[in-house]
Design a protein around this ligand. Structure first.
Ligand SMILES: Nc1ncnc2c1ncn2[C@@H]1O[C@H](COP(=O)(O)OP(=O)(O)OP(=O)(O)O)[C@@H](O)[C@H]1O
Ligand SMILES: [Mg+2]
Length: 346
């Protein structure tokens, strides 16, 4: 039987890619598609090829075609990655770095913002995504709370233009959702909001896209890990011993066999207190050397220690992160971390 493309497309609409919650046709995953006499050849584009979904989806596509047109139909499916295809809105993004923590309030957003600035100062092209639906903070930290990103049409689809500030391309989930309601969001809503920030935006060419995650190990973290090709994750902690259980949990999530996202290292925030009138003093109020201990136990590098200083929170609240101040000792700490990141991911 001579098969037509439209017949086969109809059948493929029954094949769901669960990580993105839709069928592979609607998601635009079908590529290089040929049909002939009892024959179908196609490529399916996946975000990454090392996920179990590649086999599951490929097998169910094959089965769906043979169920519809007969077991004798020859089906040849080749999975390819978005990167290979130079495709997907993130095709121009060389590296995605996720900033995670087991616990809330340890300084993820502070680290994400200042690391982005330090990377940009080193000459890299940098973007920052605030994926914290429960408490987006990038708009405030960059003083862009009153701005709205522009939108234009690309290939018939509305495409978001990130806001640029201090040389960094920024998008926050806070621009698009009523965060008062976000707390009661169910998984799929959170996931689709994240996909919009990443896939429906024009990131252009970036060396690093830094993602500020919500605390813990929920749907946002899982979606990100499963559907995007994350170069590495950085875990932020504070020195208290009680924080370590949460650090282990966060690390374990990225190390799950089916995800395996490399852990670039640990950042110990609020490692010691330095009073603004005596910046040379260091008070280890939560204990000394904890970051080192945590990092050693996890077998990952300690990327840096950030002191607890008033200027960090004042500058964050004021819309100009501390790392913009080249004279601050905190800036030097972030520059060092940026250098280490660039060494690990050139
Ligand atoms: N090293 C520091 N010194 C002083 N203040 C800090 C430091 N790190 C973070 N803060 C302040 O602590 C508060 C929490 O930090 P931040 O928002 O970065 O944490 P978070 O981990 O992103 O929190 P959440 O889990 O709510 O997203 C902020 O007001 C921030 O300015
Ligand atoms: Mg935060």
């Amino acid at each position: 039987m001579l098969l037509t493309k439209s017949q086969v497309i109809e059948v493929l609409k029954g094949v769901i890619y669960f990580a993105k919650g839709d069928n592979i046709v609607n998601l635009g995953m079908i590529d290089d598609f040929e049909t002939g006499e009892d024959e179908v050849k196609l490529r399916i584009v996946f975000p990454r090829l090392d996920e179990p979904a590649v086999n599951i989806v490929s097998n169910s596509a094959k089965k769906a075609i043979q169920d519809a047109f007969g077991a004798h139909v020859e089906v040849k499916i080749t999975p390819v990655s978005e990167k290979e295809k130079g495709r997907g809105p993130l095709a121009g993004v060389r590296n995605i770095i996720a900033i995670a923590s087991g616990k809330g309030g340890v300084g993820k957003s502070t680290v994400a913002a200042n690391l982005a600035i330090a990377l940009a100062r080193s000459g890299a092209k940098v973007g920052l995504v605030d994926a914290d639906i429960y408490g987006p903070s990038v708009p405030m930290m960059f003083g862009i709370g009153d701005e709205q990103p522009g939108v234009y049409e690309r290939e018939g689809k509305p495409t978001i233009i990130p806001i640029e500030k201090y040389g960094i391309r920024l998008l926050s989930i806070g621009f698009f959702v009523d965060t008062d309601k976000a707390l009661i969001w169910r998984g799929p809503m959170a996931t689709s909001a994240l996909n919009q920030l990443l896939r429906d935006a024009d990131w252009g060419i970036l060396d690093y896209l830094v993602i500020d995650l919500p605390p813990g190990t929920g749907d946002i973290q899982l979606t990100l890990a499963q559907s995007y090709s994350i170069t590495g994750a950085i875990i932020v902690t504070t020195p208290q011993k009680v924080a370590f259980a949460d650090v282990i949990r966060a690390a374990a999530m990225f190390r799950q066999e089916k995800l395996t996202i490399p852990l670039l290292g640990l950042i110990e925030n609020m490692a010691y207190f330095s009073p603004s009138d005596m910046p040379e003093k260091q008070y280890f109020i939560f204990g000394k050397g904890q970051g080192e201990t945590f990092a050693n136990q996890l077998g990952i590098p300690l990327l840096g220690q950030i002191p607890l200083v008033e200027s960090i929170s004042a500058s964050g609240d004021g819309g100009s992160p501390i790392a913009l101040d080249e004279n601050s000792p905190v800036t030097k700490a972030f520059d060092k971390i940026a250098l280490e990141i660039k060494r690990q991911i050139p």
